[in-house]
Design a protein around this ligand. Structure first.
Ligand code: ZN
Length: 134
């Protein structure tokens, strides 16, 4: 389970739409499984099918999150044309077994589909997303 405030879920969708036609990416920070902060980041690949974080921005975000006493809880990116599940490349590049991987699909522009996964040793398991929406 990962707890994400509705305002941050809305922010993820807005970022994903803003970056079209390319993939959007970023990190979510917080404590345990509770997300407190959203860091939209630059996709240095500028591609509709790939994303890479900028190493210096990544470092800056880690430091900024740590200054609030947060850890990185999740990494997210968008799939402009494909479903909200990790691609083979996403599984291969999942670098941290302890964070949650979030994918937003924009196949339906009006209704972004957001799903969360854990990826450990190449094994993908769904993770439930809980928001504070009444
Ligand atoms: Zn992907």
């Amino acid at each position: 389970m990962i707890a994400i405030p509705q305002s941050i879920l809305d922010g993820l969708a807005a970022h994903a739409l803003r970056e079209l036609p390319n993939e959007a990416c970023g990190l979510l920070a917080g404590s345990g499984s509770a997300v407190s902060a959203h860091y939209p980041m630059v996709n240095v690949d500028r591609s509709p099918e790939h994303f890479s974080l900028d190493p210096s921005e990544h470092f800056r975000v880690l430091r900024e999150a740590r200054s609030h006493g947060w850890q990185i809880v999740a990494s997210y990116h968008s799939h402009p044309q494909s479903p909200a599940r990790p691609s083979e490349e996403d599984v291969r590049l999942a670098y941290d077994p302890d964070i949650t991987y979030i994918i937003l699909s924009l196949q339906e522009r009006e209704n972004p589909d957001v799903k969360a996964f854990s990826i450990r040793d190449g094994k993908v398991e769904p993770v439930e997303i809980v928001s504070d929406k009444p």
